[in-house]
Design a binder for this molecule. Structure first.
Ligand SMILES: [Zn+2]
Length: 125
C-alpha cells in the first residue's frame, strides 16, 4: 500500500448488482493521489472480475484494491473455485480472442491455491 491510501477489501454482493457495488467500493478506496487517471480502466476491470467470479466462481467472492504508488494499483478478486477464470472473449475473430482484463491491464494473472484462486490486474500510470 502507499502512504496515502490504505489497501482495502470487501465481500462482493453476489447478484446482478455486483459490478455496481464494485465500482462504489473503488469510489471509497481509490488512491486519487497516485491513480486518478487509471480510474476509468479500473472500473471496467473490477466490473469484469467480479462479474466473472459471481457468474462462474464459488462464493465467497472478495474484492481487494491496493495502491503501490509508482508501481501502480492492483485490483484482485478471489473466490473458492481453483478453476478458471472464464472471461467473456472479445476480439475480431476466433483466432484472436482475448478478454477485457487482458486488454486493459498492464499486467494480469491468476494465483491458484488449494480451495480457490485470485485473479489480479495491475494498472500503472
Ligand atoms: Zn497511492
Amino acid at each position: 500500500m502507499c502512504e496515502w491510501t490504505p489497501s482495502a477489501e470487501s465481500a462482493v454482493v453476489e447478484d446482478r448488482s455486483a459490478a455496481r457495488h464494485a465500482r462504489r467500493f473503488l469510489d471509497d478506496h481509490w488512491c486519487v493521489e497516485h491513480a486518478a487517471l487509471l480510474r476509468g480502466h479500473a472500473d471496467l476491470i473490477a466490473s469484469e472480475l467480479v462479474t466473472e467470479a459471481v457468474s462462474h466462481g464459488t462464493p465467497p467472492v472478495v474484492l481487494r484494491v491496493d495502491c503501490e504508488g509508482a508501481d501502480g494499483v492492483v485490483i484482485e478478486v478471489s473466490d473458492r473455485d481453483p478453476n478458471g477464470p472464464r472471461f467473456q472473449a472479445v476480439g475480431p475473430d476466433e483466432a484472436h480472442t482475448t478478454n477485457l482484463v487482458e486488454v486493459l491491464s498492464d499486467e494480469w494473472g491468476v494465483r491458484t491455491r488449494p480451495g480457490g484462486k485470485t485473479v489480479w490486474s495491475r494498472l500503472v500510470v
